[in-house]
Design a protein around this ligand. Structure first.
Ligand code: FE2
Length: 290
């Protein structure tokens, strides 16, 4: 009989990191950066007005309600094909974003694009390290205080019930938390002072929804009882001392949430009115599985 490593298929309790929510003060500048620059696709079905915008990236999204700007303390990963086309788009929007925090830095294996308010997005070509993701958000990387990663990994293992390991990446200790198929939350230790938590959030879906809820409730860590399918927590604590190690709002959804695995439309950003081929919209592929 053929032999397979079945453990490769295992997911932890977080089955999907679905969105990153960051307020933006100006929807037009956000459109310039995320649609024209990065080449992502605005969700045409939900939050279609001028007070919020959901931006599709494969099976994940950035959510951008209007408000005081929020900035992830770290960076987000983005996988998409076509580095040259990306660089050309980012170059095209430079004049429109003059005077903002917008910047572009080229590295060997990624392009780091900074949004008008300072959110850093590292854009990679698809590759083995991102598994099946050809378009999507493979990880969010968060800067955490020195010495906190062992307690953070333990918190995700024991409270959230997902797989979390510690290690060294480059010169920094990290906790790597499994957050879906090819997706991770990376907590990276830094001695650089970080700003106070500003209220942004990440949304995750859990297979075991009530188990973590009960453990969080027992420790008085539930920050919001949103509805039947969703609760939230912010504090990631040391389970021995109770001390807060890092703050990040988690929008926790069950797999019975009506929006779980909702199909998202992703255009091919290289298609224009000039090269359009009749008969097809050349939709971007988000996975080698499609
Ligand atoms: Fe959200």
């Amino acid at each position: 009989m053929a032999q397979f490593d079945r453990s490769v298929e295992d997911l932890g309790n977080i089955v999907c990191l679905e969105h990153i929510n960051i307020r933006v003060p100006d929807q037009q500048l956000a459109t310039t950066f995320y649609v024209m620059g990065l080449g992502l696709t605005r969700d045409p079905y939900i939050m279609t007005g001028t007070t919020n915008m959901w931006m599709n990236a494969g099976r994940a999204q950035f959510h951008m309600p209007t408000g005081e700007p929020q900035v992830v303390r770290g960076h987000s990963g983005l996988v998409m094909e076509g580095r040259d086309a990306l660089l050309a788009r980012l170059s095209d929007i430079r004049p429109a974003l003059e005077g903002t925090n917008f910047s572009v830095r080229e590295h060997n294996d990624y392009v780091e694009a900074t949004c008008p308010w300072g959110n850093k997005i590292r854009c990679y070509e698809p590759g083995e390290r991102f598994g099946q993701i050809r378009l999507g958000i493979p990880y969010v990387s968060l800067n955490v205080p020195i010495g906190t990663t062992p307690a953070i990994a333990r918190f995700y293992n024991e409270i959230v019930g997902t797989k979390a390991t510690t290690g060294i990446d480059g010169d920094a200790p990290i906790a790597s938390v499994s957050a879906g198929n090819g997706q991770h939350m990376i907590f990276r230790e830094t001695s650089e002072p970080q700003p106070e938590f500003d209220g942004h959030h990440v949304a995750v879906y859990l297979a075991d929804f009530s188990g973590p809820y009960n453990k969080l409730l027992e420790r008085d860590l539930i920050s919001r009882e949103s509805d039947q399918h969703e609760y939230r927590f912010i504090d990631i604590i040391d389970l021995d001392s109770g001390e807060v190690q890092f703050q990040l709002e988690h929008e926790v959804r069950s797999m019975r949430h009506p929006m779980y695995a909702r199909p998202l439309i992703n255009r091919n950003p290289t298609m224009t009115n000039r090269n359009y081929v009749p008969g097809g919209y050349q939709e971007a592929t988000w996975s080698t599985n499609t």
